[in-house]
Write a protein that binds this ligand. Structure first.
Ligand SMILES: C[S@@+](CC[C@H](N)C(=O)[O-])C[C@H]1O[C@@H](n2cnc3c(N)ncnc32)[C@H](O)[C@@H]1O
Length: 269
């Protein structure tokens, strides 16, 4: 997300040492940085123009990006494809390219990165372990029957595309966001406080953490970098039947504490 600072040393080394680096990185600073450290940088962003062609949509763009990466792999070059955040999080080209390369017996691996979700956990001070977390794409949440647990944290990605079904456009409308709100209102009160989150991507930017009522979402500005964070609306409820079963179990024999044991082993070594 903050490229130079959040790029892992291992990923940087792959970028620097590959014969060619394909990039799907819209941030201008990040792109420039990648160009500087790569031997040969090829920007694939223009492929999004496929969406303006009659009969084509985002899937065609992703397929063409993947095919371009694979064509370079077939020439015997060491190829790296760079995506922002975690390359495997809401980024199908990376998964497609790795699957295609392995199907042709090339060695391919994905290196993890720091995703928007990692940044929001840090910036908003939310531990997903406290209530559990559901995380999905906003339109997927809208068009499929999903079981939402309002006692857990819900993260909705790409709200700027909420309800955009043509797969050709890169925006939504207040009416579509209103439908998203109405679906969320099946599980959350309309006066539940939600957060529009945008991690700063360079030291000059300020991280956006706009709190608002769920009902006010349709009037809010959404960009390609906005993630919708919906904190738990209700406290966790005990599952009394399971608790009763657990409490009725006989005490198990005590085993040595594995954490203390590993400490002792390390001290002896
Ligand atoms: C195609 S996904 C890419 C996610 C990326 N691979 C990652 O690991 O974060 C795009 C979505 O990621 C989220 N996102 C991207 N940039 C963000 C940022 N700066 N702050 C918060 N969320 C962001 C938004 O939900 C956006 O619509």
């Amino acid at each position: 997300m903050r490229l130079a600072g959040q790029l892992t040393p291992l990923a940087r080394s792959y970028i620097e040492n590959s014969d060619v680096v394909f990039g799907v990185v819209s941030n201008g600073f990040a792109r420039k940085f990648l160009q500087e450290i790569s031997k040969d940088y090829v920007c694939l962003l223009s492929y999004y123009g496929d969406c303006d062609v009659e009969g084509k949509n985002r899937h065609d763009t992703y397929r063409r990006m993947t095919d371009t990466i694979l064509s370079a792999v077939r020439t015997g070059k060491m190829v790296c494809a760079a995506f922002y955040g975690h390359p495997g999080v809401f980024a199908c080209v990376s998964h497609l390219a790795i699957a295609d390369a392995r199907a042709e017996n090339f060695i391919a691996e994905m290196l993890p990165g720091i995703s928007a979700e990692d940044c929001l956990i840090a910036d908003l001070g939310i531990d997903p372990g406290r209530t559990g977390m559901q995380s999905m794409e906003a339109t997927q949440f809208m068009v499929y029957e999903r079981r939402i647990d309002p006692t857990s944290l819900l993260v909705l990605w790409q709200p700027f595309l909420a309800g955009e079904l043509t797969l050709k456009r890169f925006d939504t409308t207040a009416t579509r966001v209103q439908i998203l709100v109405e679906k969320l209102a099946r599980d959350y009160p309309l006066d539940h406080e939600v957060i529009l989150y945008e991690a700063a991507t360079n030291p000059l930017e300020k991280t956006r953490m706009d709190k608002m009522f769920l009902r006010d979402l349709p009037a809010a500005a959404l960009s390609g970098a906005t993630t919708l964070v919906i904190p738990a609306a209700f406290p966790l409820k005990w599952d009394q039947a399971i608790l009763d079963r657990l409490n009725a179990l006989p005490a198990a024999p005590k085993v040595p504490n594995p954490i203390i044991q590993s400490l002792e082993r390390n001290e002896m070594a």
